[in-house]
Design a protein around this ligand. Structure first.
Ligand SMILES: Nc1ncnc2c1ncn2[C@@H]1O[C@H](COP(=O)(O)OP(=O)(O)OP(=O)(O)O)[C@@H](O)[C@H]1O
Ligand SMILES: [Mg+2]
Length: 297
């Protein structure tokens, strides 16, 4: 299955007549347009702890794809498996394949994977605290030739105005929102084809989150950069993405366009906090949820 597997992405009237294209169609001849494909991926930590248990997903070029799931589902592990960062945590892909445009990423180190066009913005916005904003941005471009750096800085500043104002400020003193902007700006400096964002909303005020996500959407629209967005905030992620995966316990348990996930009662109750009557649920109600997970087996 996958973003294009379930349907060809066309929007049709009940009589079958063609109304429009919601996302690019995916017939066999289009498959090479996929940016990224994971097939039955297993990941183990310390050679024994099995965390990803046969995970498959696809991220097509130019799209925003959301990866949702509760704490510990394996979202960050998935991103690290793709970016090659697992190795530094004693993790390994023990089964399955991770391919970019049909080419395996196995055995590449993280710097090679960045050169192939994939950049992960790590959870918790790890930036160089003691360097200033501009030095941080330049560090993001270390895999590239120096020629266009000035232009690239201007592009980042055009998306993130606060970074321009504070370009000589020490990064460690920036606000949380500004630090997240810096982390994303640094990704842009690598001119990636795919940016993977691990919970960009974490710990930020709703207004800042909204602002940052709008900028992510603009980057995707204006530069065609593909985005894989990991979020616990399902409302936000589904409002942005053209396709979404829900993972639980190391596997994908539900996938589809956002409308399909929003229609799912479990997603509504557990991730969107709505009851059948459309009311918000308290966390206390949600704890009963575990007894009746409907999307599994
Ligand atoms: N380096 C590691 N060594 C051993 N186990 C790990 C390691 N990193 C993660 N895990 C385990 O793998 C599982 C998935 O973790 P992961 O960080 O991928 O989840 P997540 O979906 O990103 O969760 P969160 O929403 O809390 O960030 C968890 O049970 C976690 O304890
Ligand atoms: Mg995580």
């Amino acid at each position: 299955m996958g973003p294009f597997g379930a349907t060809d992405g066309s929007l049709r009237a009940t009589d079958g007549s063609f109304l429009g294209q919601m996302w690019p169609s995916t017939r066999v001849e289009d498959l090479r347009k996929f940016v990224l494909r994971l097939t039955n991926v297993e990941v183990r930590y310390d050679r024994v702890i099995l965390v990803l248990k046969g995970l498959s997903l696809e991220v097509p070029e130019g799209q925003i794809v959301a990866l949702l799931g509760a704490n510990g589902a394996g979202k960050s592990t998935t991103l690290k498996a793709i970016s090659g960062l697992l190795k530094s945590e004693d993790g390994e892909v023990s089964e399955g394949t991770i391919e970019l445009d049909g080419q395996s990423l196995a055995d590449l180190d993280p710097a090679d994977i960045v050169r192939r066009g994939i950049f992960q913005v790590i959870e918790g916005r790890r930036i160089f605290q003691h360097l200033n904003v501009e030095e941080n941005l330049l560090a993001g471009a270390h895999t590239r030739a120096r020629k266009t750096l000035k232009d690239d800085l201007q592009v980042v500043y055009s998306y993130f105005a606060p970074l321009k104002t504070r370009r000589l400020s020490t990064a460690g003193y920036l606000s949380g929102g500004e630090q997240q902007m810096l982390a994303i700006g640094r990704a842009l400096m690598a001119r990636p084809r795919l940016i993977m964002l691990d919970e960009p909303s974490l710990g930020l005020a709703p207004l800042i989150v909204q602002e940052i996500l709008e900028i992510i959407q603009r980057i995707n629209r204006e530069s065609g950069t593909t985005i894989l967005l990991v979020e616990q905030n399902a409302h936000l992620a589904l409002s942005l993405a053209s396709y979404a995966y829900l993972m639980e316990n190391g596997r994908i348990v539900l996938e589809g366009p956002p409308s399909r996930l929003r229609e799912n009662q479990d997603v509504q109750e557990f991730y969107l906090g709505l009851t059948e009557l459309g009311e918000h649920r308290s966390y206390r109600d949600i704890k009963h949820y575990k007894r009746r997970k409907r999307w599994l087996s």
